[in-house]
Write a protein of this length. Structure first.
Length: 348
């Protein structure tokens, strides 16, 4: 009898202990890994324990708004950088003026700087993501368009891409569309053989069509450039620390995974043939997938923004417009708290 009481008491104690352990695991709601020791601190960064990252929220899929949060490729990459540096992350919308944000000390780094348009007032890293006007087709066997091949293109009206097509192939080769989504619909329906668009924005728009559209980039209409990270010119310590981590993320496949999350594929442009040289475009600069121009002087178009219907890690469906238009939201709705290591809204 005494032995039975002892066994029952022992079982009761074990069950009580297990209950406490389970309550401890579930009580917090989510698991947060312990941060590494911070590798940089003020004055190398402006705020103890936090990397302040500038982005342009009018430039999805690099950065944009989804359900009131800042999300995008650059947010995910910046979160990975902060995690490797042992820091939390704070995402700041700096618009189209990264130089002022860096000079005023509002941010430590800025993501999404086009190397072709970089300001000499700040340091830029090697590119981590390619960009340039790409020629899209439904498959890789479509061939490279030539001036005498009767090639037909769709491109968003008044964009740099539309100007490049007209310049290389003539006005008759171009079917202008109100949105980039419409251009890819024309490609899918066989109305045109090619679409001309910014490589990243085009892949995002095609991937966001209902059911997704598998496309291939067969050539470029301008020499590829790349998106870079910017840091103050006099902050050599942060240039090295953040730059080394960015290079590591590119080398170990992390950025490739992030590209696939947002675009459905990774992007490589350097080996593609370049048709002509449209770097001195007279048309409006290609903008973002929410209907806003990046720098541009292109004609205004009243475009719908992306729907922002995706869940965590999913790309939302959307128009993927390239040129100037009404402000809108990005076509993704990634969830997460934006702390280092998470893919999410970029807030602390």
């Amino acid at each position: 009898m005494i032995r039975r009481r002892f066994v029952m008491a022992a079982l009761g104690a074990a069950l009580a202990c297990m209950t406490l352990m389970l309550a401890g695991c579930s009580g917090s709601g989510s698991y947060q890994p312990e941060l590494k020791s911070a590798e940089v601190a003020p004055p190398v960064i402006g705020e103890e324990g936090t990397l302040r990252v500038g982005v342009n929220t009018e430039n999805p899929p690099l950065a944009g708004m989804g359900s009131g949060k800042i999300i995008g490729i650059d947010v995910d990459i910046a979160s990975a950088i902060a995690d490797q540096l042992g820091l939390k992350i704070s995402i700041v919308d700096v618009g189209s003026d990264p130089a002022a944000a860096i000079a005023d000390g509002k941010v430590d780094v800025v993501m999404g700087i086009d190397a072709a348009n970089a300001d000499s007032s700040y340091w830029v890293s090697p590119s981590y993501l390619p960009t340039g006007i790409a020629v899209f087709a439904l498959n890789a066997d479509a061939g490279i368009p030539t001036a005498d091949s009767d090639a037909t293109f769709a491109a968003q009206v008044s964009s740099k891409s539309a100007w490049a097509v007209s310049n290389e192939f003539g006005e008759s080769a171009l079917t202008p569309t109100d949105t980039l989504k419409d251009a890819f619909v024309a490609l899918r329906d066989g109305t045109v053989k090619y679409v001309a668009a910014d490589a990243i924005i085009g892949l995002y728009a095609a991937h966001g069509l209902d059911g997704g559209l598998d496309v291939s980039i067969v050539s470029m209409l301008m020499k590829p450039s790349g998106y870079c990270m910017a840091v103050a010119t006099d902050n050599a310590d942060l240039q090295k620390a953040a730059g080394d981590v960015l290079a590591s993320l590119a080398g170990n496949g992390t950025i490739d995974v992030i590209e696939r999350k947002w675009l459905g594929t990774s992007v490589a442009l350097d080996s593609l043939p370049v048709i002509g040289d449209s770097s001195s475009s007279e048309g409006g600069d290609d903008g973002d997938s929410s209907g806003n121009s990046s720098d541009g002087d292109g004609a205004t178009a009243d475009e719908d923004a992306s729907d922002g219907t995706g869940d965590e890690g999913d790309t939302g469906s959307g128009d993927g417009t390239e040129d100037t238009g009404d402000d809108g939201t990005s076509g993704a709705d990634g969830e997460g708290d934006g702390t280092s290591g998470d893919e999410g809204d970029g807030t602390e």
